[in-house]
Design a protein around this ligand. Structure first.
Ligand SMILES: [Zn+2]
Length: 81
């Protein structure tokens, strides 16, 4: 567990917020919540929708505009199929 601000490991528990553990960095005073969403990319639904749009004839850049997913990401998904 590290402070997202100063990377200090000097962290105190600071109660719960909406069922999640809240922490307080002793070094810089920043409060933060336990679980940062791990960077795993996009949800399966988003991926499926984008691929479906491509299959339905939409261009990568159009999908990018609609879904907010970078077109190279969509290209990689399509290639994986
Ligand atoms: Zn800190």
């Amino acid at each position: 567990m590290k402070c997202p601000e100063c990377k200090s490991t000097h962290i105190n528990k600071n109660g719960q917020k909406k069922g999640k553990q809240n922490y307080l960095c002793v070094t810089c005073g920043r409060q933060f919540i336990d679980c940062y969403p791990p960077h795993r990319g996009y949800a399966q639904e988003v991926k499926d929708e984008c691929v479906k749009m491509y299959v339905n004839g939409m261009a990568f850049r159009e999908i990018e505009r609609v879904k907010g997913v970078h077109h190279t990401t969509i290209m990689n998904w399509v290639k994986q199929l």
